[in-house]
Design a protein around this ligand. Structure first.
Ligand SMILES: Nc1ncnc2c1ncn2[C@@H]1O[C@H](COP(=O)(O)OP(=O)(O)OP(=O)(O)O)[C@@H](O)[C@H]1O
Ligand SMILES: [Mg+2]
Length: 246
């Protein structure tokens, strides 16, 4: 019988996923920034948007829009399936090698579909493998009310929040297509979008630690470089710390 190998090859070291949260004002550039980060990061990365957890219109959880508006107010957390998103993220982070193709993870595959989104374009889960980088993998979470319940800011290693003035936000929204045409209107903006955002901004500024506020009217490249630089710095310091202890 052959002698046992005195030095069997070490099992590949599992790296803890670093989590980057991007939240902020409607049309502030959250999705643009998150998707650019996903394609540029020199490591394995995945992207999950809160947009995919908006409840379907038929769900009784949505509050009505205030009179004289008819229809639903989809701009509060009551319209988001927060518990499902939290469960999905916990499950993803708990796995040694989480599935990066939604087809391999039924709980994420559901999120490829158009669930209850307010925007007329789905924003599905995306994962991308880059094994050779040596850097920890990154999960990018993005959503208009992402920091509104305690799990997500706690789970994030970095937290970014995009702001716009009321006029800038109104102007950007006026150029976009929504699933319910009333949601693109000026009355809905005044009665639902802006009050919900102001209240959320106050809550985050007062209660969520370590948030970096960014002006969403800055040029896209400047915003991207700032966020990208912060994320890469986090990954490199994680790599150094892990190298020092291994
Ligand atoms: N820094 C920027 N400067 C100018 N326009 C921008 C900038 N970032 C994004 N935009 C534009 O603003 C619009 C909204 O961008 P995006 O969809 O990324 O915002 P969002 O915060 O994800 O919006 P929502 O809350 O509706 O999901 C898009 O037309 C996008 O091209
Ligand atoms: Mg978006």
């Amino acid at each position: 019988m052959a002698a046992p190998d005195p030095c069997p090859p070490a099992a590949p070291r599992q790296r803890r996923w670093r989590v980057v949260g991007i939240s902020g004002v409607s049309s502030g550039g959250k999705t643009t920034l998150a998707r650019r980060l996903l394609s540029a990061l020199p490591t394995t990365a995945a992207y999950l948007s809160q947009d995919q957890y908006l409840l379907p219109d038929t769900h009784p959880g949505h509050p009505p829009a205030p009179p004289p508006l008819s229809g639903l107010n989809k701009d509060t957390l009551r319209s988001v399936d927060v518990a499902k998103m939290e469960a999905d993220v916990r499950r993803f982070l708990a796995e040694d090698s989480p599935a990066l193709e939604p087809e391999d993870a039924p709980f994420l595959a559901e999120r490829k579909a158009f669930v209850g989104s307010a925007l007329a374009a789905p924003n599905p889960f995306v994962g991308r493998l880059r094994e050779a980088s040596g850097l920890p993998p990154v999960l990018i979470l993005e959503g208009f009310l992402l920091f509104g319940c305690s799990f997500f800011p706690t789970a994030c290693d970095l937290r970014f929040f995009l702001t716009l003035t009321k006029e800038q936000c109104r102007a950007r929204r006026s150029r976009r297509a929504f699933t319910a045409s009333a949601m693109g209107g000026g009355e809905y903006f005044e009665a639902c979008v802006w009050p919900a955002y102001e209240s959320y901004l106050r809550e985050v500024a007062a209660g969520v630690k370590g948030v970096q506020f960014l002006d969403g009217a800055d040029p896209p490249d400047a915003l991207f470089q700032k966020v990208y630089g912060n994320v890469v710095e986090l990954l490199r310091s994680a790599e150094e710390a892990e190298g020092a202890t291994s």
